[in-house]
Structures are given as C-alpha cells and as structure tokens.
Design a protein around this ligand. Sequence first.
Ligand SMILES: *[C@@H]1O[C@H](CO)[C@@H](O)[C@H](O)[C@H]1NC(C)=O
Ligand SMILES: *[C@@H]1O[C@H](CO)[C@@H](O)[C@H](O)[C@H]1NC(C)=O
Ligand SMILES: *[C@@H]1O[C@H](CO)[C@@H](O)[C@H](O)[C@H]1NC(C)=O
Ligand SMILES: *[C@@H]1O[C@H](CO)[C@@H](O)[C@H](O)[C@H]1NC(C)=O
Ligand SMILES: *[C@@H]1O[C@H](CO)[C@@H](O)[C@H](O)[C@H]1NC(C)=O
Ligand SMILES: *[C@@H]1O[C@H](CO)[C@@H](O)[C@H](O)[C@H]1NC(C)=O
Length: 660
Amino acid sequence: MAASFPNVLVFVVVFFFSSRAQQPYINNAQLNCYATNASSALGYSCNGLRPSCQSFLTFRAESPYLSPPLIAFLLSADTANISRINSVPDVATLPAGELLIVPVPCFCSGQFYQHNASYTLKSAGENYFTVANDTYQGLSACQALIDQNHFDSRHLKSGDQIVVPLRCACPTLNQTSAGVRYLLSYLVTWGDDIPTIANRFNADYPSVLAANNLTAKSTIFPFTTLLIPLTTEPTRISSAPSPPPDVSQPSGAGGSSNKWVFAGVGIGAGVLILLGFPSLFFCLWRRRRRRQIQRKKGKLVSSSEDYGGLPFKSSSTPSMTTPSPLASSVIRELLDSMTLTLYKFDELKRATGNFDEDHRIRGSVFRGIFNGDAAAVKRLKGDVSNEINILKQISHSNVIKLSGFCLHEGNTYMVYEFADLGSLSDWLHHKKNIFGDSSTSLTWKQRIQIACDVADGLNYLHNYTNPPYIHKNLKSNNILLSRDFRAKVANFGLARPVEEEEGGSRQLTRHVVGTQGYMSPEYLEHGLITPKLDVFAFGVLLLELLSGKEASFAKEEERREVLLWAAIDDILSGEDVINKLRRFIDHRLGDDYPFELAFAMAELAKRCVARDPAARPNMMEVLVSLSAICNSTLDWEPGDLSNSSPGSTICARLFSPLGS
Ligand SMILES: *[C@@H]1O[C@H](CO)[C@@H](O)[C@H](O)[C@H]1NC(C)=O
Ligand SMILES: *[C@@H]1O[C@H](CO)[C@@H](O)[C@H](O)[C@H]1NC(C)=O
Ligand SMILES: *[C@@H]1O[C@H](CO)[C@@H](O)[C@H](O)[C@H]1NC(C)=O
Ligand SMILES: *[C@@H]1O[C@H](CO)[C@@H](O)[C@H](O)[C@H]1NC(C)=O
Ligand SMILES: *[C@@H]1O[C@H](CO)[C@@H](O)[C@H](O)[C@H]1NC(C)=O
Ligand SMILES: *[C@@H]1O[C@H](CO)[C@@H](O)[C@H](O)[C@H]1NC(C)=O
C-alpha cells in the first residue's frame, strides 16, 4: 500500500502570505498515529468566537455509503439536511466519488472543536487508522481516536463502539469580523489545489490559506481536512469525481501554473502495522437454518395481485422524486443492532437473475437465491420504515421473517424468508395453486393447523411484542405457507402499535384502508382501531378456511356481492342448522372432516365477526378455543366420521414461542 504513494513533493510558489493564522493544517501528521503528538491531529482548537456553531463537512460517496441516509448514519448527520443542501433525493444512490456537503453542528469539547459520530467496528481488520482514513476519509485522525476512546488501540475487536470526533471548527473573531459565517471541512483528494478548492466554494484564496495557517508554498495531502471560510451556506457542488493521481506527470511541475500537486509521503512503520481493510459487514448474509429445497420445475402461478404486500405498480424507471422510504434514524438503529442485512443492489440482481421474468413470483415480488437459499425479494416505493421497524424486532415462526433490505434508486427492496407454497388465498380460491392444479386442496388438518398458526402469530403480535401491534391488513392473501403447510403472517405495511386507551380516548383514523370483506363495521364506519379489528378479520379467515369461499364473493342467483361474514349468522341460526352448515363447508373436503369440530370452528368464527367489538373474544381467547379444536383434530383421522373425544395432548406448538 505504501508503495502506491509517490514519494514526490512538488512545491509551487505563489505570492501571497497571510499572517492571520486560524487553525494549523494537519499536514499529514495523521499518518503517524504514535510517533507524534501534533495537536493539529487531535482536532481544531477551540479558538473561535463561539463554543458551538453550524458547520459543514464534506464526504465522498463511497460504497457502501452511497446514499444520503447511509452517509447521515455514518456521520451522525441528518438525511433531510444532506438531501436539501446537495439537491439530491433522500433515497438516491450516488455515484461513487460524488462529493457531498454534510451539515453538522460543531461543539467545543474540551480543547477541541468536534462533531461526534459513533462507529461500531465491523471486522478484525479495522483499527483507529483505517477508521479515520478509510472509512471517514480523513474527517478524523487516529490520534484523536486514540485520545478519546478507552479501547486499547492494539486490541480492538469487532463490535467495539467508538466515538469518532469529526474535524470541524467555528469562525474566529478575525474571521467573523471579515464576514465569515461558517467553516467547511473540505476533504482534500488527489489532484486538488487550493485555488481551485477556494474557487469551488466561492471562497477567497488568501482567506483559505490563512484559515489553515498555510502559505502559498505549502503542500496539502489527500485524506486530510482543509478549512474553507464561507460567508454563506454552501450549495450543491457540481463536480466530477477527481481523476486518479497521475504519478508520472505531476502537473504544475514546470512551475508555470499555480496548480498544486499533492502526494503522500512515506509512512512510518507504526502505521504499516495498523493498516487493514475494513470489510463490509453489510454483505454478510445471515445464514439460514433451512437448506434450500429443490423444487421441481414449475413456477409459482397466481392471479393474485400481491404477495403478502401492497400492490405495486410495476415500473422500471426509477423515480428520483419519491420521499424518503427510511429515516436515517431507522437505518442507524438497524445497522447498529445488525439484525438485518443491508444488501447491495448487485447482490439482488445476481440472486434474481437480474429480476428476470422467470424469477417473478407476482407483481413486484421475485424469487432470489442467496448462497443457495431461496428468498423473496419485494420492491416497494414510499415509506417502508414502518414495516422494517416492526419486522426487525419480531421473531416468531408464524410471522414472516425479514432478513434484510436494499435501497436503490428510490426503491426499497425487502428480502424476506421464502414461503414455498405461496399464499393461502391461492390454495383456497384460485384455480391453480403452485402445483398448477386445482383439484388439490387443503385437507381439514391442514386448514386447522393454518388457523392455529395464524392465531398464534396474531396473539404474539397483540400481546407479546413491545409495543403490541395491530396487523390491520389480515387476509388470506397475506398468509403465506411454508412447504409443510405452516402459516406465516406477512405484509406489515399497515400495521401500527396498539395505543393504550387512556381516559376513554380511542384510536381513530379518517383514513380507512383495507380489503372489502375483512374490514370490521366499527373500523369502516368510525375508523376505530383496536386489536378487535384483527380478531374480526381472523373470523373472516376462519370462514374462508371452512367454506373455501372468498371474503366477498358474487352470489350467482342473486347477482350481488355477498360478504362472507354476514352469511354466518343466518347459517348458524334458525332451522336446519346442520344442513345449512354442511352446504356451507367447502365441498372439496367431501365428508373428510369432523362435523362437530367444523361446527365449533364456525361458532368461534361467528363470535369473532360479531358486530359489536366488545362481543368478540380477544386473540388469547381465540387461541385457547382453537387449541381445543386443533387438539381434537390431531386425534381425528380422515374417514373417522364419529367425532373423536377430546384428547389430553396439547397442540404443543400453540403455546410454545410466545414472548421473544
Ligand atoms: C487577527 O487579525 C489581526 C490583524 O488583522 C492580527 O493582528 C491577529 O493576530 C489576528 N488574530 C488571529 C488569532 O489570527
Ligand atoms: C503557523 O505556521 C508557522 C510556520 O509556517 C508557524 O511558525 C506557526 O507556529 C503556525 N501557527 C500556528 C497557530 O500553528
Ligand atoms: C508528546 O507528548 C508527551 C507528553 O504528552 C511528551 O513527553 C513527548 O515528548 C511528546 N512527543 C513529541 C514528539 O512531541
Ligand atoms: C438541519 O438543518 C437545520 C438548518 O440548517 C438545522 O436547524 C437543523 O438542526 C438540522 N437538523 C439536524 C437534525 O441536524
Ligand atoms: C463527544 O465525545 C467526547 C468523547 O467521548 C465527549 O467528551 C464529548 O462530550 C462529546 N461531545 C458531544 C457534543 O457530545
Ligand atoms: C487512506 O484511505 C484511502 C482510501 O481508502 C486509501 O487509498 C489510502 O491508501 C489510505 N491511506 C493510507 C496511508 O493507507
């Protein structure tokens, strides 16, 4: 690495010299972490007029920090402010090398001005030098890191969280009286010279020299900061990324121009020991426990609009105007907790065969293969932080797992655990399920198991997450089936936390969204949001499982839409209940179901879809009732028309993974 540094220094004489020194230039002192205690490497001293001020940093977009939220995350800055000042959309993926201005507050912290960022070491190869130079591009220096962190610089390990004091400063009295309002910490790169830098920011060349205690003869070095005094807020820098250093032909060597050429110097042995490569933890793929199953040729076939997701208008043109899908605070939290993987877009392209039609499951959902494991990749627009925030903290076998995501050109790509058998609605309502065949339907046992699974997942959401959540969009489209027909609740796009009813205040919305046939009367009519709304939808789901009918369907003879939930009252009351119910139950089951249990399930469903929310059971009660049905079903064998007596074994799974 050191060899790549040209050991050439070129000096160019310019005529101006200012004695109004403000902050000494670091002058490559940062290269030698131990052999010097130049205070210039520790930070800019607190010699300004004020102890704190607005300041600006620069940062060059570099993988993986290619979008404003990620850069904001790294620098403890604000995404919206970065977007605004650089006139780039929040979600833009920037070309590597693009220079961004990053507004940050600057504080006097003891002797030095600084803006604190925090960084968690990702790999064993990282050390104070690589963090300061490679990751932070020179916005900090190893001396400052050593000074302000208690971790022994020689025994750093991944997971250590360090303070990264970023080099900023506030204008001195002299500068302020000259009209300077801000100081910008510019990151010098290959090929830079002070006149050009000054020009770029409309700064006065002598004032830049003075601000850094430089003379016209001085040399500046890449990966160091240069203070630029500004009289107004900086604006977008329209600049092409700098060309790589041309070692053989240092421009300005002839002395005929005022170009400055910069080169590194030899590196002390101490630094060489410290060199390492920060590896990108982002690429780590959380290993799945399950191996990919080899499925026979045959794609998922479905006519349904969505795959546990909101319908997405398929569009290949990336939007540059969409609002931020993720707040930087969310990303920060996610990356810190490292529960989710941040994928690179290239990885997704590779996994999905470049989003090939063959990989399309439906709509904007693609099947991807990551290290041999299948996953569902879903493209979303708009704000998806809600769903990410919820799913990242949920770990339950009956809730679909989010393994990571990727931000790319205004879209968020979510990577979920793969549900091999598609959605429940495919199996219940559509002509073809994934086997391309309509004669196969779900057996009674499978239906009961699915009901129990969904109840388990919902009960977990309502009672065991912190905060508890209401799913708000429960429907058979959003229930996905694993290859052993176990159900997983998906699509948390509309989910929201349960708010405590304090002093009788109730959670209301004017923005009623949902699917016809699943929305409870109090939600439709008054926008009232309580967990009972999910209980209602769950009741509809039970009726779907029983009847094989859709939540709202056209009744041929009456030529009108019928809501499934509205039908159950009639069926279970009046004369001839038994025959009415038999006719209601999915004919594809034939006689292969225990009638008494079906009856019990219908009764439970009826209670769940009661008009009055207070009359509905809560999810815990539903789960208990269902567990009895599930339990009896386990004892029942197809063909066994006499109903079995309830056994004593408990559906073991039902009570297992409560809590986290
Ligand atoms: C401020 O400027 C005055 C003259 O303009 C100079 O004498 C003084 O040394 C300067 N102070 C600093 C801290 O640069
Ligand atoms: C500024 O640089 C000169 C040498 O060029 C040095 O003597 C002086 O101490 C420096 N001032 C500060 C404040 O570092
Ligand atoms: C660095 O500072 C220490 C005390 O803080 C001092 O003993 C040492 O001589 C200094 N080294 C250099 C090279 O200035
Ligand atoms: C964003 O910038 C505004 C004005 O420049 C500032 O007041 C605000 O504090 C900044 N926000 C954050 C989170 O830094
Ligand atoms: C920045 O970090 C340093 C070292 O941990 C701490 O002393 C200082 O108070 C922090 N400053 C701010 C503004 O948080
Ligand atoms: C500092 O970081 C840059 C960019 O990662 C790298 O090219 C350069 O070699 C590093 N400097 C040293 C001395 O390692």
